[in-house]
Design a protein around this ligand. Structure first.
Ligand code: ADP
Ligand code: MG
Length: 266
């Protein structure tokens, strides 16, 4: 499976980011940024404030247009595509504040995420009402399984809008997982989250990987990166300065200077 350009131990790539650049006025916010995300892997994207992390995920997800460079998702060039076209390919992202259907129950939020499956099963239903009922029952069962995976069973009948920030984020993750995306990009999932829920959020990332998704997580919390990400990409001044398993970066002087040192001495 692995191509000649890949390190031998890596699986096939979900995403290849190559030489992405964008400037705002005179500022090179992203400057020849390159990294790779293997299939079914959680990659932590870290770096000091202003390193270009948010801009990089905006470029990948189509919310900003790169001046030059590539983001190739399962063989498809994303640069130049609109955000909704990219999400249709199975690459979805979250924003720093969670988005939920506030008036719907937690269970219904997850069922909304499955609409893609239901539409298909409805067509089948025109030929066999029994099959439709079975498909609906299957959707509900899968939704209940996801609620269990994401620690939301107890809240399934609550209105999503009434939950805490961390719980809303879990609902958003469960809704995203319901659509079985190939790739998920999470922008600071631990931001403003009660530490008790932090572990749940981490388990949610692993649940996404276990169901076959690749994940990019922008996160300041290094403990979270160490515990839940398979690989780390370190950005500084718009470029990638190091990448690899967290353990391999501890002794990298450039990384420590750019980032880890700042945090540990803070
Ligand atoms: P990070 O997410 O790593 O903190 P950003 O991607 O937000 O970094 O920002 C990278 C650099 O680009 C910063 O210097 C920031 O001030 C600048 N920048 C980001 N967005 C804009 C914008 N829309 N206009 C001007 N400068 C911007
Ligand atoms: Mg940012």
């Amino acid at each position: 499976m692995s191509g000649p350009s890949m390190p031998a131990q890596m699986g096939p790539l979900a995403l290849e980011v190559r030489d992405l650049c964008i400037s705002f006025g005179g500022v090179r916010a992203v400057n020849r940024c390159s990294f790779e995300v293997p299939e079914t892997t959680a990659v932590g994207l870290i770096g000091p404030n202003g390193a270009g992390k948010s801009t990089t995920i905006d470029l990948i997800s189509g919310f900003k247009v790169a001046d030059s460079g590539h983001a190739v998702f399962r063989g498809q060039e994303l640069i130049g595509m609109k955000p909704h076209e990219i999400s249709k390919l199975g690459l979805v992202r979250t924003f720093q504040s969670p988005r939920e259907w506030a008036s719907l129950s937690v269970l219904d939020n997850v069922l909304v995420g499955m609409r893609g499956f239901e539409r298909e099963s409805m067509l089948g239903g025109m030929f066999a009402a029994g099959r439709q009922r079975r498909a609906e029952a299957e959707s509900r069962q899968r939704a209940r399984d996801l609620l269990e995976d994401f620690g939301l069973t107890r809240l399934k009948n609550d209105a999503a809008g009434s939950l805490s920030g961390g719980q809303k984020r879990l609902v958003e993750f469960a809704r995203i997982a319901a659509a079985s995306p190939s790739m998920v990009i999470l922008d600071e999932p631990m931001g403003g989250v009660n530490p008790v829920l932090g572990e749940r959020i981490g388990q949610a990332v692993r649940a996404l990987v276990n169901q076959g998704s690749s994940v990019i997580v922008v996160e300041h919390n290094l403990r979270f990166i160490e515990d839940y990400c398979d690989l780390v990409v370190v950005m500084d001044q718009g470029a990638v300065i190091a990448e690899g398993p967290y353990e391999s970066l501890r002794d990298n002087a450039q990384v420590v200077t750019a980032y880890l040192g700042d945090v540990e001495h803070a």
